[in-house]
Write a protein that binds this ligand. Structure first.
Ligand SMILES: C[S@@+](CC[C@H](N)C(=O)[O-])C[C@H]1O[C@@H](n2cnc3c(N)ncnc32)[C@H](O)[C@@H]1O
Length: 788
C-alpha cells in the first residue's frame, strides 16, 4: 500500500473515531516490523511507549466469574471490569517495549452448523502486552511463545487510544493473559465458539499447529538450535512441546533445565533437573545443572553438597571445580558477612551491566515495629562503627548503561519523554521477576507501597503469578527505590518517596534499583548507617556505635541545611524527628531566613567562582563570615599548620552528633573557598579551611565520604609544608573513614589499594569533591620551597 494512501485512510478513520480495518492493521504491523528491521541494521533499539494516565490495571476477579466480551464491544478509555476477551493472534508478533499482536474475535456457532459471521466480518484489533515475555531485549523474537494461531484470554481488558491516535487493547499485567494450550479448548467460556477457517493474514504461511507433526527428538534438536542462538524462551516452548509427547524424556528435561538456568529461572530449572535425575540418576550434566539451580536459589549448602559429590567422581572437571569454589565463597559471605570488597569492585568494573554474583548477608539487625514510623530496623546487639549490617542484592535493577542504548522513538515518530525510561524498565523488570519467581512475590508485596495503598494482606504463603499487581509494584518502587549516584557505585544513594510525578520521573532517569531488606530502613538526617552500592549489591555499614535495640537509620538524601531538607521531606509525607531537625526547628525563624538569604547570594556567585577569578575570594570570605555569625558560639578555626608548630592536631573523629555543633550552611561556601585558595596558591589558608570543614562534618550519611576526602586533602597540605608526621596522622584518619564506608579488604582499606576513589596515585595527588589538589611531587612552587 502506498504510504500516502495509508496515511489518508488513517486520517479519515481517526476523524470518524472508527477502529482500523483489517488490511490497515496489517499494513501498520508490517511497516512496524520493517521499521524495526531497519533500526536493527542501524543498531538502534527502539522502545515504544504508551503512557497510561492512571495506574496500570491488574484484574482481581477469578477467571470463572468473568463474562466474555468481544473486540467490537470494547469501549475506549475503559477497563472492562468483570469481562474477559477471547481472541486469537493472527500475526507474527514483534517486541519493542511491549509485545505487539493483532488479534481477532472468534465466531459464534449458531447451532445449525452455520456461523454468526462470515470470515470477512470477523473483527480484529491491536493488542499490546506490556511486561510480558522475558526481558531479554527490546527486539526479541517472541513468535515461538505467541505463534500465529495462539488463542488468548485477556482478563479485564483495557481499551485505549494509543499514541498514534488509533485504539488498541492494552494489557500491563502478564497475569491477566492466558495463552490457551490445546487441552484447554473445553473450557465453558469457549462453548459455542469457533475460529475462522482461514487465518486472514496477508503474509507468510500459517502454522497454527506448529509442532504437532514433529517427534520428540526432532523437537529436541530444534530446541537445541534455539539454545545455540540464545533464544532460550523459544527453546523452552519447543522442549515443552516435546515433553507433552514424551513426559519422561530425561534428555529433554535436562536441556530444558539448562534453558531455564540461562533465563535465571532457577526453581523451574531445579524442578526439571530433579525430575530428569529420577529417570537417569547418574547423569553428570544434569546433576551439575541441579547444583547450579540450587546455587541460583541461594541454597548454597545444598549446592555445595551436590558439587562435592560430583567432584569426587570428576576431580579434574574445571567447571565443577570453579562452581564449587564460588559456592564456598558464597557460604562464607552468607554466614559471616565476609566479602572480598576489592574483588567486588573489580567485578563491577568488568561486568556489563554489573549484576554481581554474591550472597546476601543479614548481620546483627532485624525488622520491628517502630513507633510513628511503621516498620524499621534495629540492632540485635551492640555494634561498632564499620560493622557490616547487611549486604543485599537488588531484587531488580536497571543500569544507566543499559538505558543509554535505548533510542526512544515511537514507531510513528511521535516525541516521547525520555525520563520514563528507568521507571518503566524497573517496573517491567520487577513484574518479570514476580512472573518468573512467584515465590518472591510475598517479600516484595510486604514492602511499604505509599500512603494510598493499604498493606498487602493476602495470607497465601505463595502468591500466584496471576496476582501481579502493577499499581502496587509502581507504589513500591516510588516508596523504596534507591538510585545510585550517576556513575554507578559512588557511595550515595537516594531514596525516592514522592507523589510528584514529574519529580519522580526526573529522578528515575538513570540507574535505579529495589533492594528488599534495606527498604525497611527509616530515615534520619543524623543517620548512623549508610548504603554503598557496588554494581547491584548494597552494603550497609554502621558509621557510629549503635546500641542493642537502637534503630538503624540511613539518610534518604545528602545532609544539607534545614530549609533544603524540609523541602525534600515534604513530598515524602512524614516529618523527621531526629535531634538535628528538632534542634533546628527550635531555632528562631530569623536565623533560617538569614542563612537562606546568604546561601542564595552565594548560589548567584557560583558560576563566577567556577571561572576561578581571584576577585571571588573576598566575596566568598564575606559570605562565610556572615554565615558564621548566624550560628551560636562559633569555634574559631584552629591556627595549626604553621611550619614551626610540630604538634599534631587533635583530630575530631566526628563521633559526636550534638545538633548544636552542626553548621551545615557553611559547608558548601567553605568548600568553594578552599578550592579558590588552592587555585591561587594560598595553601595555608586552604589548609585552615579544610581543617574547619573536617571539623564541621559529623559522621552522618554521606558526610563520611567527604570526611575521608578532606582528611586526604589535609594530609596533602601537611606534606606540602614538610610536616610528615602530621601528614601521616591525617592519612590514618582518612584510612579510618574509608574503612567505615567500605570495610577492610585483606587488612588494607579499599581507597588505598587502587583508584577507586581518588586518582589512583594518592601519594602525588588527592581528590576532594572532584577537585584535584597538587602536592609537592607535582607542585613546582612547593617543590622549590622544599629544596630551599
Ligand atoms: C522505605 S520505607 C521504610 C520502611 C517503612 N517504615 C515500612 O514500614 O515499611 C519509607 C517510609 O517509611 C516511613 N518513614 C521513614 N522514615 C521515617 C521517619 N523518620 N519518620 C516517620 N516515618 C518514616 C515513611 O512512611 C516513608 O515513606
Amino acid at each position: 500500500m502506498d504510504p500516502f494512501e495509508l496515511l489518508f485512510e488513517q486520517l479519515l478513520i481517526s476523524q470518524q473515531g472508527r477502529r482500523l480495518s483489517r488490511h490497515l492493521l496489517f499494513e501498520k504491523h508490517k511497516r512496524s516490523v520493517a521499521h524495526i528491521i531497519t533500526e536493527q541494521h542501524n543498531d538502534i533499539i527502539n522502545a515504544s511507549y504508551t503512557v497510561t494516565d492512571s495506574s496500570p490495571h491488574s484484574a482481581k476477579t477469578p477467571l470463572d466469574s468473568l463474562k466474555r466480551i468481544t473486540l467490537s464491544e470494547l469501549c475506549l478509555d475503559t477497563v472492562h471490569h468483570g469481562r474477559v476477551l477471547v481472541c486469537r493472534n493472527i500475526v507474527k508478533p514483534f517486541k519493542m517495549n511491549a509485545v505487539q499482536l493483532i488479534v481477532e474475535d472468534p465466531i459464534v456457532e449458531t447451532g445449525t452448523g452455520n456461523s454468526s459471521a462470515t470470515d470477512s466480518e470477523v473483527v480484529a484489533d491491536r493488542l499490546s502486552l506490556y511486561n510480558f515475555v522475558n526481558f531479554v531485549g527490546w527486539r526479541s523474537d517472541v513468535s515461538d511463545c505467541l505463534p500465529v494461531g495462539a488463542r488468548l484470554l485477556i482478563k479485564e481488558p483495557y481499551y485505549k487510544m494509543a499514541a498514534d491516535k488509533f485504539p488498541m487493547v492494552r494489557c500491563d499485567n502478564p497475569g491477566d493473559v492466558i495463552i490457551l494450550s490445546n487441552e484447554q479448548v473445553d473450557m465453558p467460556l469457549l462453548n459455542g465458539l469457533k475460529w475462522s477457517d482461514a487465518l486472514k493474514i496477508s503474509y507468510g504461511p500459517v502454522q497454527a499447529a506448529k509442532f504437532e507433526s514433529s517427534t520428540p527428538d526432532q523437537l529436541r534438536f530444534k530446541g537445541n538450535e534455539k539454545v545455540k542462538h540464545k533464544e532460550y524462551a523459544s527453546a523452552i516452548a519447543i522442549y515443552t512441546q516435546a515433553l507433552a509427547l514424551e513426559p519422561n524424556n530425561a534428555i529433554v528435561l535436562s536441556n530444558r533445565a539448562q534453558a531455564h538456568l540461562e533465563l535465571q529461572q532457577f526453581r523451574q530449572a531445579l524442578k526439571d533437573a530433579d525430575l530428569a535425575l529420577t529417570i537417569e540418576a547418574g547423569n553428570i550434566k544434569t546433576r551439575f545443572r541441579q547444583a547450579k539451580a540450587l546455587y541460583g536459589m541461594k541454597r548454597y549448602q545444598e549446592a555445595g553438597g551436590v558439587l562435592r559429590d560430583l567432584l569426587q567422581a570428576n576431580a579434574t572437571n574445571t567447571g565443577i571445580q570453579d562452581t564449587f569454589r564460588r559456592t564456598l565463597e558464597r557460604i562464607v559471605e552468607q554466614q559471616f558477612g565476609r566479602y572480598k570488597v576489592l574483588d567486588v569492585f573489580q567485578e563491577a568494573r568488568l561486568t556489563h551491566p554489573p549484576r554481581l554474583d554474591h550472597a546476601d548477608y543479614v548481620g546483627p539487625v532485624h525488622v520491628v515495629q517502630v513507633a510513628g514510623k511503621g516498620r524499621g530496623i534495629v540492632a540485635t546487639q551492640d555494634v561498632r562503627p564499620g560493622t557490616l549490617l547487611m549486604c543485599s542484592k537488588a531484587y531488580a535493577m536497571v543500569f544507566k548503561e543499559e538505558l543509554a542504548k535505548v533510542h526512544i522513538r515511537h514507531i510513528d515518530d511521535l516525541p516521547m519523554h525520555k525520563n520514563y525510561l528507568s521507571k518503566t524498565h524497573l517496573i517491567t523488570k520487577i513484574a518479570h521477576r514476580v512472573q518468573q519467581e512467584p515465590w518472591t512475590t510475598r517479600e516484595l508485596y510486604d514492602l511499604y507501597a505509599g500512603v494510598d495503598l493499604p498493606p498487602f494482606i493476602d495470607q497465601n504463603p505463595e502468591i500466584e503469578g496471576s496476582q501481579i499487581d502493577m499499581a502496587r509494584i509502581e507504589g513500591i518502587i516510588l516508596a523504596n527505590c534507591f538510585k545510585p549516584d550517576n556513575d554507578s557505585w559512588k557511595p550515595f544513594a537516594e531514596l525516592m518517596v514522592t507523589s510528584e510525578e514529574d519529580e519522580v520521573h526526573n529522578k528515575l532517569d538513570g540507574s535505579a534499583g529495589l533492594w528488599i531488606l534495606p527498604s525497611y530502613i527509616n530515615h534520619s538526617c543524623v543517620a548512623n548507617a549508610h548504603p554503598i552500592i557496588i554494581g547491584d549489591l548494597m552494603f550497609i555499614r554502621a558509621f557510629r556505635d549503635i546500641a542493642k535495640d537502637e534503630e538503624v537509620c540511613i539518610s534518604y538524601f545528602p545532609l544539607s541545611p534545614y530549609q533544603e531538607r524540609k523541602e525534600r521531606l515534604q513530598p515524602r509525607k512524614f516529618d523527621c524527628q531526629c535531634p538535628l531537625c528538632e534542634f533546628e526547628r527550635s531555632e528562631p525563624a530569623a536565623k533560617h531566613t538569614r542563612r537562606h538569604q546568604l546561601l542564595e547570594d552565594f548560589g548567584k556567585l557560583v558560576p563566577k567562582i567556577g571561572t576561578g577569578s581571584a576577585d571571588m575570594i573576598p566575596r566568598v570570605e564575606s559570605i562565610v563570615s556572615d554565615l558564621r555569625k548566624t550560628y551560636p558560639s562559633v569555634i574559631p578555626p584552629k591556627t595549626e599548620g604553621s611550619r614551626k608548630k610540630k604538634k599534631s592536631p587533635k583530630v575530631d573523629l566526628g563521633t559526636s552528633i550534638l545538633p548544636q555543633q552542626f553548621r551545615l550552611a557553611l559547608i558548601n561556601p567553605l568548600d568553594h573557598l578552599g578550592r579558590l585558595y588552592l587555585l591561587h596558591n594560598h595553601r595555608e589558608q586552604a589548609l585552615q579551611v579544610f581543617l574547619e570543614l573536617f571539623g564541621l562534618m559529623p559522621r552522618c550519611g554521606d558526610m563520611v565520604q567527604k570526611r575521608m576526602g578532606y582528611a586526604l586533602a589535609i594530609s596533602s597540605e601537611y606534606e606540602a609544608l614538610g610536616l610528615l608526621g602530621t601528614r601521616n596522622q591525617w592519612v590514618d584518619v582518612s584510612k579510618k573513614e574509608s574503612e567505615l564506608m567500605y570495610g577492610e579488604d585483606e587488612g588494607t582499606p579499599l581507597s588505598w589499594r587502587g583508584n577507586t576513589l581518588g586518582t589512583g596515585n594518592e601519594r602525588t595527588c588527592a581528590n576532594v569533591s572532584g577537585f584535584r589538589i597538587e602536592t609537592p611531587l607535582n607542585n613546582p612552587v612547593v617543590a622549590r620551597r622544599r629544596e630551599e
